[in-house]
Design a protein around this ligand. Structure first.
Ligand code: SF4
Ligand code: SF4
Length: 80
């Protein structure tokens, strides 16, 4: 599975300001059937979810189940 290069090149983007994984949330990581999302510690010591592997089924549970709407799945043109 290819490693994601940067957060802006992958289809699933997490708004770090909205992500509450510092409070223990790992919902998006837990619900992804492909297991491509991870939690990472950022430079300022806070944590956030992000897409580690650039694979996606566009099945949407990560976005649908995030309690703060921090996850955005950018559907490809052909899937819209
Ligand atoms: S479900 Fe939302 S709040 Fe929870 S870890 Fe994922 S992005 Fe962060
Ligand atoms: S849309 Fe589906 S496959 Fe893609 S990151 Fe979210 S849960 Fe995982």
């Amino acid at each position: 599975m290819p490693l994601a290069q940067t957060a802006t090149t992958v289809p699933v983007v997490v708004d770090n300001a909205l992500c509450i994984t510092n409070k223990g949330c790992t919902v998006c990581v837990d619900v992804c059937p492909l297991d491509v999302l991870r939690i990472v510690e950022t430079d300022d010591g806070t944590k956030t979810a992000y897409m580690k592997y650039d694979e996606c089924w566009y099945c949407m549970p990560c976005e649908a189940n995030c309690p703060t709407n921090a996850v955005i799945v950018n559907l490809t043109y052909l899937l819209k």
